[in-house]
Write a protein that binds this ligand. Structure first.
Ligand code: GRA
Length: 385
């Protein structure tokens, strides 16, 4: 067992931190205020290979693994939790699924464009009446001639309105239950696709939207995997995207702690720095410990994936669950320490507070993570597959 990051990983972490300080932090508040999606920065991240870490060189990747990408994700999220989402739209929720389930032609066609951010991607699972209950989705992609006709509505999809391609989950045959769900790689320039942006409390530099598919004709080669592989691909994909959520939570939690520590050392009340008060020290100690615990769980999940254990649902849920709880507590603690300054827009604490909550919701709510973990422990249903 070795808890030290290699020299290469430490150098990568440092480089990602520099990138965040130079390219993200100077503008992050303005982007957030204006709900601006900094595509030019996402493309720079792509140029640096941020979305290419776990992808083989044959498809334009760096082949340096999930742990490397996790460490970079953490550093990016420390500057902007919004930009963390691009790791999922360009790689973990899209390119990785195509890598694992696609044909050689599909891999060549889509993966290089996604990880280089030449094409913005998305993955569409959630629907207006189907959130945690994935299997209740209503979208259909009915076989027709040598292709499929896609109909349905997806919502809360990251970069829906910006996406040029996406993986869409739909029933090709509802009668077949879980065997009737399939995954499709959809070209978003196809006729019959309309999108709309949705407003939200936080993560405002990462657009989220709704997609309506109306009689969209999909070619035969849109099918990812085999007919009926949708469930397998979907749950496996969620197990990769949850890793980026955990890493994002760690990065944002660290940002909360950094801000709180700096303030504790600057602000004086009752004749001393506010860090000298034990009640603030308790908050700092709790934050530091919970961040470190989540970081270790997150790195372990990434490391397992680097050993080929893509099905480590339990360990990824541990990390994602704790990240959601930890980051909301950290954001709240920072708000308490900064008081009115936390509530103002003068410090980033208010943005952290708004951005933190989503980690309890996306990629499977805290309750879904707890359900998966508890059912595994109780012996009802093994999480790992
Ligand atoms: O036995 P069967 O034939 O009925 O099949 C079941 C099961 O065997 C069926 O799926 C099969 N299955 C799998 N097959 C292969 C389940 N897992 C796997 C797998 N890994 N590989 C249904 O399974 P089930 O366990 O009976 O499902 P359920 O009870 O209906 O639901 C389980 C659960 C609630 C955990 C699941 O639906 C779930 O994870 N829900 C959460 C959905 C979620 O995470 N949504 C996130 C959407 S994406 C998003 O938030 C984007 C944000 C972007 C960003 O910020 O990154």
């Amino acid at each position: 067992m070795d808890f030290e990051l290699s020299e290469e990983l430490l150098a990568m972490k440092e480089a990602a931190r520099d990138f965040t300080e130079k390219e993200i932090l100077p503008n992050v508040e303005k982007w957030d205020e204006e709900h601006y999606y900094p595509l030019e920065v996402i493309r720079k991240m792509a140029e640096l290979g941020y979305f290419a870490c776990p992808i083989p060189e044959a498809y334009g990747g760096l082949d340096i693994g999930f742990l490397a990408q996790t460490i970079i994700t953490e550093e990016v999220a420390r500057g902007s939790s919004s930009l963390r989402v691009a790791f999922n739209t360009q790689c973990l929720g899209t390119a990785i699924s195509i890598l694992r389930h696609g044909t050689e032609e599909q891999k060549q066609k889509w993966i290089p464009d996604l990880i280089s951010a030449k094409k913005i991607g998305c993955f569409a699972i959630t629907e207006p009446d189907s959130g945690s209950d994935v299997m209740s989705m209503k979208s259909t992609a009915i076989p027709d001639g040598d292709g499929y006709i896609l109909n349905g509505c997806k919502t809360w999809i990251s970069s829906a309105a910006q996406a040029e391609t996406g993986i869409v989950y739909a029933y090709h045959d509802r009668e077949k239950g879980s065997k009737g769900l399939s995954a499709f790689i959809v070209d978003f320039t196809s006729d019959g696709i309309s999108t709309a942006n949705l407003d939200k409390l936080g993560t405002r530099s990462s657009p989220t939207g709704e997609i309506v598919f109306e009689d969209v004709r999909l070619p035969a080669d849109a099918l990812l995997g085999k007919l009926g592989d949708g469930v397998k691909i979907c749950f496996s994909s969620l197990n990769q995207t949850r890793l980026s959520c955990a890493a994002g939570g760690v990065g944002l939690g660290q940002a909360c702690l950094d801000t709180a520590v700096q303030y504790c050392n600057e602000r004086e009340q009752f004749g001393q720095q506010v860090g000298k008060f034990q009640m603030n020290q308790e908050l700092i100690a709790n934050m530091a410990t919970e961040i470190e615990a989540t970081r270790l769980l997150t790195y372990r999940s990434a490391w397992q994936k680097d050993q080929g254990k893509y099905g480590n649902i339990l360990e990824t849920c541990y990390a994602k669950f704790l990240a959601g709880e930890m980051v909301t507590r950290c954001a709240h603690s920072t708000m308490k320490i900064l008081g009115a300054y936390g509530y103002s827009t003068e410090y980033p604490a208010a943005r952290y507070y708004r951005d933190a909550v989503v980690y309890q919701i996306v990629e499977g709510t805290v309750n879904v993570q707890k359900m998966i973990i508890a059912q595994d422990q109780l012996g009802y249903r093994k999480a790992n597959r």
